[in-house]
Design a binder for this molecule. Structure first.
Ligand code: ATP
Length: 493
């Protein structure tokens, strides 16, 4: 039987993957802490993301920047004026929610992108009431989601916690472009925190007020958007996309990259759809049937995005859920910073001698949503085994391997197990070490946190110098010499 979102929440809390922050004081809505296992998983996701996306091009580099930025940044980006969500309040009780979410739940249709007056009319037409007390709802209003911060004492300077990591690479562009010897396209990757005063944070780490984003901003000459030098190598690659025109059918169609280009999307954009899908299939090992790109229509996408596809993965109880997006932001951001900062952000095209303002293609991912998705798709309440099995990919799972002495009251076994543990530590595996309870119980505990290989040191190990390796997926066991363990673990991932 499929699990529910509540099963996953209970499991995450019990095993300490993630839980409400400051819980001993009752917690704070929209803030979560990762425990030891969750932190290992999150860091491995981040490292896989980094290895994959920085590996795309030598001119893609990573930066790490401040999270508080001056008001001028958000004047230039438009966040000061436009970064708001439609909010609806009850006329009687304290209920409030994001208006688009409330309507969507009631009429089972996406209404993102409608204006507050349009949402108010829809609420009236459909006679929607407060879900808590059934009273009338107030007209929908816009609520700015940025967190202002006051700096020092007696200063009038206004600053904000950044609502997206993206603005940091934009304000770093000029300097980084020079440091990278003016080579284009330039990619600036950043894994960092973003802060949004969400109206109704919920669903563990799916909607937080403080969250981590992993984003790659690619700055390029807009003249080159219709071509990508490696497009020929991906033209027959099949993308799972739900195009605007296919929505009525409700199913994602498989369309080749070449087909999408024929339908009017530029090669440079489509090439990156392929890059993202490959990351989900080949690195995160998401099943194709649980993945799709969702094309946003003009009403849904931000006004500055010329093309916008969300990356969605199907989750228990939530259905297809946005985990990221590919946004062609044009010169909206650099144009704004060029104007407001009064710094010239144009670059020179060596070939034509022309000066131009680079355009930006943004590959954006929410780390916390991806971690949630990894746990959700890996979660398996395994009836036969009588325990949960977490089928996380070996490269992402918190512990690739665990070392067990068969019994803990035999000194020679414990000493040998500690030797194996130390050897693997030396080879950077950081195994889990567990000597408590029966082997069966330890296998079950290891399954529950996604350990891929359990290595048991038994009496035979003392004479044959080998251990029993049990595979989480098949439960098959085989003998592997201790001297070959590192090699075995490295090649079996
Ligand atoms: P939504 O429509 O769900 O509010 P968004 O379209 O505003 O999200 P973006 O601004 O495109 O999101 O942010 C990029 C990514 O950051 C999202 O795809 C998501 O994975 C993540 N993200 C955005 N808001 C949150 C949040 N409140 N909590 C956790 N992750 C978030």
């Amino acid at each position: 039987m499929a699990h529910t979102a509540q099963d996953l929440a209970t499991f995450c809390k019990k095993k300490g993957f993630m839980y409400p922050s400051s819980e001993i004081y009752g917690g704070l809505a929209g803030f979560y802490d990762y425990g030891h296992l969750g932190t290992l998983l999150k860091r491995k996701f981040e490292q896989s993301w980094r290895d994959y996306f920085l590996g795309l091009d030598r001119n893609y580099v990573e930066i790490d920047t401040a999270q508080i930025m001056p008001e001028a940044v958000f004047k230039a980006s438009g966040h000061l004026e436009n970064f708001s969500d439609p909010t609806v309040h009850c006329s009687r009780c304290d209920f409030s929610d994001r208006a688009d979410h409330l309507i969507q739940r009631a009429i089972k249709q996406r209404v993102e992108g409608l204006s507050p007056p349009e949402m108010t009319s829809l609420i009236e037409q459909r006679k929607l009431k407060c879900p808590k007390c059934a009273a009338a709802l107030r007209p929908v209003t816009a609520f700015n989601m940025m967190f202002p911060v006051s700096l020092g004492v007696g200063t009038t300077q206004r600053a904000f916690l950044r609502p997206e990591t993206a603005q940091s690479p934009y304000v770093n562009f000029k300097l980084q472009h020079e440091l990278q010897r003016k080579k284009m396209p330039l990619g600036l990757a950043l894994i960092g925190k973003a802060f949004r005063n969400e109206i109704s944070p919920r669903n563990l780490t799916l909607r937080l007020r403080e969250f981590t984003q992993a984003e790659l901003q690619i700055f390029f000459n807009p003249r080159l958007i219709s071509k990508h030098p490696s497009f020929a190598s991906v033209k027959n690659y099949k993308l799972r996309v739900l195009l605007e025109e296919d929505r009525q059918k409700g199913l994602p169609a498989e369309r080749t990259a070449a087909d999408l280009v024929k339908r009017g999307l530029p090669e440079f954009y489509v090439y990156h759809l392929v890059v993202i899908q490959k990351f989900y299939f080949e690195v995160l090992k998401i099943a194709p049937s649980a993945f799709r790109f969702y094309q946003l229509d003009d009403k849904e996408k931000a006004f500055y995005n010329k093309y916008h596809f969300d990356v969605e993965v199907e989750l228990a109880d939530h259905g297809f859920t946005e985990l990221g997006g590919l946004h062609y932001r044009t010169d909206h951001d650099l144009g704004g910073h060029h104007k407001i900062s009064k710094q010239n952000l144009e670059v020179l095209d060596e070939e034509s001698g022309e000066k131009y303002l680079p355009h930006v293609l943004e590959l954006s991912f929410g780390v916390d949503r991806n971690v949630y998705a990894l746990l959700d798709v890996a979660f398996d309440d395994h009836k036969q085994r009588g325990n949960i099995v977490l089928h996380l990919p070996p490269s992402l799972t918190p512990y690739l391997c665990a070392v067990f002495p068969l019994v803990k009251n035999k000194e020679e076994l414990v000493a040998k197990a500690e030797e194996v543990d130390a050897l693997l530590q030396k080879h950077q595996f950081r195994p889990l070490y567990d000597e408590v309870a029966s082997i069966g119980r330890r296998y079950a505990r290891a399954d529950e946190i996604g350990v891929k290989y359990c290595l048991t040191v038994d009496f035979e190990s003392l004479s044959d110098g080998a251990v029993t390796v049990r595979d989480r997926e098949t439960t098959e066991q085989k003998r592997v010499p201790i001297a070959h363990l590192s090699e075995y673990l490295r090649t079996s991932q």
